[in-house]
Design a protein around this ligand. Structure first.
Ligand code: URA
Length: 232
């Protein structure tokens, strides 16, 4: 059970104060009865809550995809730099955090949520969730280098990297698919084969592809389909 105002906020009806105003205006019914008390207790999944005549679908957790721009840090707070959480201020949620990190100069897909369990599951080293990166290089990647990236390579960790997929697009660009997420992994793997990363963008993670219609810094909620894919 949870408070009606919290239920409505979680369902994205509005901020806490907007929700209070809606309740005052008698725009909310629970099981057919007008309820105007924010503290009224709702049994989520059982009680039928309507707002302005429409049934409210309850989501305890929310899931967004963000097209992270360069220059923004993957943190919830930073004293100096803009953070990915700052970019989602208008979502109405103040408890969102990124699932994993992208370097400050890396762009692309970052999943933002308030579901700590999901973050834990997607980032667990045992899970081997695929992450796909588009990489541009300052110098050419040789076929031998490409094969080493795929086979697993020493980047100064206890063990070599797990087998990966490296598809060259041109001599100086490639798609790299990793099943783990060590610190600066893409840059370190490429350095180990004599290449310097000039541009890095994550284009997919856990079966979810970056929506190319999202501008840099733009975000949207994951669709039902996408949610299913990562919540499995
Ligand atoms: N690997 C990197 O080197 N940087 C990132 O941001 C992500 C993966």
């Amino acid at each position: 059970m949870l408070r009606l105002d919290k239920f409505l906020c979680d369902a994205n009806i509005g901020s806490r104060s907007q929700v209070k105003a809606f309740l005052k205006k008698k725009a909310v019914k629970v099981n057919g009865e007008i309820i105007d008390k924010p503290e009224f207790k709702v049994k989520e999944g059982q009680d039928k809550v309507t707002f302005q005549g429409k049934e409210v679908e309850y989501h305890k957790y929310v899931y967004y995809m963000l097209n992270k721009p360069k220059g923004v840090v993957s943190a919830t707070k930073d004293n100096l730099c803009e953070t990915v959480t700052d970019l989602l201020k208008d979502s109405g949620y103040d408890d969102l955090f990124p699932v994993g990190r992208l370097d400050k100069d890396t762009e692309g897909l970052l999943i933002m949520t308030n579901d700590g369990e999901l973050a834990h599951r997607l980032l667990s080293p045992k899970k081997h969730v695929d992450k796909v990166y588009y990489v541009e290089l300052d110098n050419a990647l040789t076929e031998e280098g490409r094969r080493l990236l795929e086979a697993g390579i020493d980047i100064g960790e206890e063990k070599p990297t797990l087998p990966a997929k490296a598809e060259r697009i041109t001599e100086t660009s490639l798609y790299l698919t990793l099943r783990e997420g060590k610190y600066h992994q893409v840059k370190r793997m490429l350095k180990a084969v004599g290449c310097q990363v000039a541009y890095l963008k994550r284009i997919a993670m856990g079966g979810i592809s970056l929506d190319e219609s999202l501008p840099s810094g733009g975000y949207r909620e994951l669709t039902k389909e996408e949610r299913k894919r990562i919540l499995l």
